[in-house]
Design a protein around this ligand. Structure first.
Ligand SMILES: Cc1cc2nc3c(=O)[nH]c(=O)nc-3n(C[C@H](O)[C@H](O)[C@H](O)COP(=O)(O)OP(=O)(O)OC[C@H]3O[C@@H](n4cnc5c(N)ncnc54)[C@H](O)[C@@H]3O)c2cc1C
Length: 393
């Protein structure tokens, strides 16, 4: 096992680190009190990222990006994640990053020109519409109720989605809909590319919540007799669940990469604070209770990083890495939440104030234990794979 990084990758990582430190972090305070990053601020950051040669690190070179593999992304996305604004500045934030990956693998050449090119250039945003209110799809995608029915030469989509990140202001949605009788067992669902202006496609509202930085919020969306042509089918009819896996396994890992950067920055801030702050005659850092929080965070971040790197390696070898990405997602999401919570505690009142970014981290990171599969669902899937293997052997 060789854990060393290539000179090229170290160079990119260091340039991203410098960019986040010099250009992105100074903007954090000014946007802290706002609902989301103003469009002109984001456009300015992206122009600087482009000029620094670090824009769209995950996008293949033919589509205007840096063409990093998953291993390279592990290193660079973590560096970008040191600021909540970093992945947005580099155009490698969710949900666009996962959608670009899916489009690159599945879309037709015409669909790539129409959707992937502007998405990769950062001139439009997108969303991925899967989750539905009860009794529809949530933790269990097989409960999918949104359906697309064939009428003449059109597909007519009807359904109710919610918690769709970025839907308000997105140029298009990738909508998961039932197109067959059977939805279980990876059959019967299809993905559709639906333009924002399409008749029958409606963003009802942004749903308020803990976090506030995602451009376009998390929205309730309706498809009401929304008619699209065959050119809106993403990939093949009936392959929706297979494509969802194509999107979700790498996407849950790239989430881990970005959030790990947040955890690292949180504990760095807290460690610097306790090294200086005095209580009861000595710096806080001299108390064992503080040292254990520093040490436990370092151990867990290191373990999280190795899990990400390993899962990335499996994906780079052409594996599906379902077990590895499920394990990484569960462990990293819980680690990041624990580390950020400790960092808040170590910084006392400043930890929950807007003097430090920790309160923002705390708000933004909680949902990661729920989306892209709640921890309980991943644990169930991990155990089921182990039990299946046992039965086979
Ligand atoms: C900030 C945010 C952004 C999101 N963005 C998107 C998006 O862009 N597109 C999209 O389609 N969806 C998105 N979602 C939705 C997300 O994917 C769902 O919340 C998630 O799949 C869980 O579904 P649910 O909320 O309906 O929870 P439910 O299915 O109602 O589950 C509730 C809880 O039950 C528990 N649970 C579930 N199954 C099991 C089990 N087998 N064993 C034990 N416990 C279990 C879990 O703790 C779970 O949290 C987002 C959600 C959030 C919070």
């Amino acid at each position: 096992m060789d854990f060393s990084l290539s000179a090229d990758l170290v160079d990119v990582r260091d340039r991203v680190t410098a960019f986040i430190h010099d250009e992105v972090i100074p903007l954090e305070t000014s946007v802290r009190s706002q609902e989301e990053l103003p469009a002109e601020t984001l456009a300015g950051l992206r122009a600087k990222a482009r000029a620094a040669g670090i824009f769209a690190p995950h996008v293949p070179a033919e589509w205007g990006g840096m063409g990093l593999d998953m291993h390279g992304m592990s290193v660079v996305f973590e560096a970008a994640g040191h600021s909540l604004l970093g992945p947005l500045a580099l155009n490698c934030a969710a949900p666009d990053e996962g959608n670009m990956h899916l489009l690159h693998l599945v879309a037709t050449p015409e669909q790539k020109e129409r959707y992937l090119r502007p998405l990769a250039a950062g001139t439009i945003r997108s969303c991925f519409a899967m989750t539905e209110p009860a009794p529809g799809a949530g933790s269990d995608p097989a409960l999918l109720t949104t359906h697309a029915e064939r009428r003449g030469d059109r597909w007519v989509i009807n359904g109710h989605k919610w918690f769709i990140s970025g839907a308000d202001g997105a140029a298009f949605a990738i909508c998961m809909a039932r197109t067959g009788e059977r939805v279980e067992g990876r059959q019967g669902a299809t993905m559709f590319l639906v333009d924002a202006g399409a008749p029958g496609f409606r963003v009802v509202r942004r749903i308020g919540g803990l976090d506030h930085l995602a451009p376009g919020g998390h929205c309730e969306v309706l498809f009401e007799d929304c008619a699209v042509g065959d050119d809106a089918v993403l990939g093949a009819v009936g392959e929706g669940f297979r494509y969802a896996q194509v999107r979700l396994a790498p996407a849950r890992l790239t989430h881990c990469m970005r959030w790990l950067g947040v955890a690292q920055r949180a504990i760095d801030i807290a460690t610097a604070y306790v090294a200086r702050r005095q209580a009861f005659g000595r710096p806080l850092a001299e108390y064992q209770a503080m040292q254990w929080m520093i040490a436990d965070s370092a151990i867990e971040i290191h373990a999280a990083r190795l899990m990400i790197w390993h899962a990335a390696w499996v994906l780079d070898q052409g594996g599906q890495a379902r077990q590895e990405t499920s394990m990484a997602k569960t462990f990293v999401s819980e680690t990041v939440n624990r580390v950020v919570d400790r960092a808040v505690q170590m910084c006392g009142s400043l930890g929950v104030s807007d003097h430090l970014p920790l309160a923002d981290f705390y708000r933004e990171v909680r949902a990661f234990r729920i989306y892209d599969g709640p921890s309980e669902v991943h644990r169930m899937a991990i155990a089921q794979r182990i039990l299946r293997d046992l039965e086979r052997s």
